[in-house]
Write a protein that binds this ligand. Structure first.
Ligand code: F6R
Length: 617
């Protein structure tokens, strides 16, 4: 989704902004642009397409300015075009703004501004912001004050960065509903919507909260909360390394992240289960989940959990539902976050709302958690990005520590989330009826998972061959039962996202209630069929498909010879506890999607129309 970069300091802004834009590319975008204050004039260049297009346009421009803003745009209001790309400027081209989010009342504002003589150059919602600033700047002393006067007029979500000719050493930034932070350097600052884009410059960052506006100059920064006055903001250190945000020899981020899963799972459980296993301590150590006695007590009393999340994080939530209900005995519902706020969910103080989000910035999930809090629920988060909005707004939570996930198609975040949900299950289960023996068995098996994932990853060459064989099919059914029903949906989502083949994830038992009608020799079915408690039931489904001439590709447990006789092809995964099979069965599906996407000639790191972090509702 849209990305923001800004720079103010002692170096030339242009190369830093361009580098930042390249690091934002993974988020998904369709145009890019920048504006630099050069010789006291706003110089702006914009281009449709990839950042290289902007680079070509800008190559010959010797911009010396040391203040600037830049943007990658993912079109919402107005098609991808140069005129709609950011930065947008005021009538006299003296002020430039970049914006993430959506201004919901822009049509009304645009009408009023047009009546007052403002000339609009784009179809975007963003442009109203810069014209409003233009008006306010005339009435006050500096850009900082002007922006503060404009923000209360905007309805919707924004992260903005603004520069102005009349305020030569300054960037003003503001946040409401869209992520925004700035890195602190040595007499220089770099603004970004995404921490991963700036870690090569500095790891000390200041996160803005909703309602905050900052003035940043080479001499320092000042932050104000709208209507509340000045706020003290300390910088925090990001632990991610530059290397973790690079491809490290892999062809794509997605492939690198698939292969990083053993480490990501290890990081999710490191230091959290050893004491539990060795000393029989009551629960695994999840400090963030119970930071105070009050939250610990509330957690011990909760009667119901509602998991809210989107996409891949929604599917990990479904696995969590099965685990928590089976082993902790707490009723769980999993709700698509975008639905949650617009109906009337029943919530009370004994309900916990658990948000699962890799980015911690997904607007739908954030709004769902806010809704739950408003209604008195305890709010919890499983979030990867440290310091992100969901992490800050929830009462308690657990960080994934999976490192930056750059590939648009989520992979390592998913297995990391399931690992954390296993720990939460253990923790809640042990507070209730789960025996220590059972808890220890699960914890010990979870510790073996990184090794088993490594073993599964060794199947890549075999999976690549299968991808070649099956890459021609445009329609698929992905089927699984119990713990692997969510994996069927996640596997199908991966295939859709990066190979643009149509795949439906279904509960294997539901297949005979409708989808089987579509089956013919050109419509393969992928069965996730480990040797678990529902194996026999799923085998019947395989037989039914084969009886109708359908092709079957199966993901099965090592040693199962029966399935090899039934299915056309089998990919074997190691044996583990039933509840942990999703951590293994999803791996071949990720690799299959990746290799089908690549064999079809697509750039799997930049799937069309998709954005990494969806910060609009
Ligand atoms: C799929 C994918 C998306 C995200 C979803 C939620 O590969 O990446 O479906 O899972 O947009 O994102 P987060 O987890 O950041 O809230």
């Amino acid at each position: 989704m849209c990305g923001i970069i800004g720079y103010v300091g002692k170096q030339k802004a242009k190369p830093i902004l361009m580098e930042g834009l390249k690091r934002l590319e993974y988020r998904g975008y369709d145009s890019a642009g920048l504006a630099v204050l050069d010789k006291a004039k706003v110089k702006s260049v914009r281009a449709v397409g990839m950042v290289v297009e902007l680079e070509k346009k800008i190559a010959k421009l010797d911009l010396k300015g040391q203040v600037g803003v830049a943007h990658t745009r993912w079109a919402t209001h107005g098609k991808p075009s140069v005129a709609n790309s950011h930065p947008h400027t005021d009538c006299k081209n003296k002020i430039a703004v970049v914006h993430n989010g959506i201004i919901e009342n822009y049509l009304e504002l645009k009408k009023r501004l047009s009546r007052r003589g403002h000339k609009f150059k784009s179809e975007t919602d963003t442009e109203v912001i810069v014209h409003l600033i233009e008006e306010e700047r005339r009435k006050v002393n500096d850009l900082f004050e002007a922006v503060q006067r404009v923000l209360p007029k905007l309805v919707g979500a924004y992260g903005i960065a603004v520069i102005s000719e009349a305020d030569p050493d300054m960037i003003v930034i503001a946040k409401k509903g869209s992520p925004l932070l700035f890195g602190v350097g040595d007499d220089e600052y770099i603004v970004s919507s995404d921490a991963a884009a700036i870690i090569s410059y500095t790891k000390q960052v200041v996160y803005l909260n909703d309602g905050e506006v900052a003035k940043i100059t080479p001499k320092g920064y000042q932050v104000v909360e709208i209507g509340q006055g000045e706020v003290e903001k300390e910088s925090v250190k990001i632990s991610w390394t530059q290397e973790s945000a690079q491809k490290s020899g892999f062809k794509h981020y997605m492939l690198k992240e698939i292969h990083e899963q053993p480490q990501a799972i290890e990081s999710a459980i490191r230091g959290r289960v050893d004491k539990f296993i060795k000393e029989g301590s009551q629960t695994p150590i999840l400090g963030g989940l119970a930071p105070t006695k009050e939250i610990r007590d509330r957690l011990a009393k909760i009667k119901r959990i509602i998991i809210v999340s989107c996409g891949t994080s929604y599917y990990s939530g479904l696995v969590g539902e099965y685990m928590i209900e089976e082993y902790a005995g707490i009723p769980v519902e999993v709700e698509t976050a975008s639905e949650f706020r617009y109906r009337r969910p029943v919530i009370d103080e004994n309900t916990a709302i658990l948000a699962i989000s890799q980015s911690g910035e997904t607007a739908d999930t954030l709004e769902a958690i806010r809704e739950g809090k408003l209604k008195g629920a305890l709010s919890l988060g499983v979030v990867n990005v440290v310091g992100s909005t969901i992490a800050r707004e929830t009462d308690a939570g657990v960080y994934n520590h999976a490192g930056p996930e750059i590939g648009v198609a989520s992979t390592k975040a998913f297995t990391s989330q399931i690992s954390i949900l296993t720990l939460i299950t253990l923790s809640l289960g042990r507070q209730r009826q789960m025996s220590f023996v059972m808890g220890k068995r699960i914890a010990e098996e979870l510790k073996r998972i990184p090794g088993l994932v490594k073993k599964t990853l060794k199947k890549e060459a075999e999976i690549k061959k299968i991808a070649k064989k099956y890459g021609k099919y445009d329609n698929w059914l992905y089927l699984g039962r119990k713990y692997n029903f969510p994996i069927a949906m996640e596997g199908a989502l991966k295939l859709k996202e990066i190979s643009y083949a149509h795949a439906e994830g279904y509960a294997a038992g539901e297949m005979k209630h409708g989808p089987i009608a579509m089956i013919d020799s050109n419509f393969p079915s992928l069965f996730i069929i480990p040797s678990d408690s529902v194996y026999e039931k799923v085998v019947s489904g395989v037989e039914e498909i084969k009886a109708r001439g359908g092709k079957v590709l199966a993901i099965a447990t090592e040693g199962n010879k029966e399935i090899a006789k039934l299915a056309d092809d089998v990919i074997y995964i190691p044996k583990t506890l039933e509840m942990l099979t999703p951590l293994l069965s999803v791996v071949p599906l990720q690799l299959l999607a990746y290799h089908i996407g690549v064999s079809r000639g697509y750039d799997v790191d930049k799937p069309r129309n998709l954005a990494k972090s969806v910060t609009v509702e």
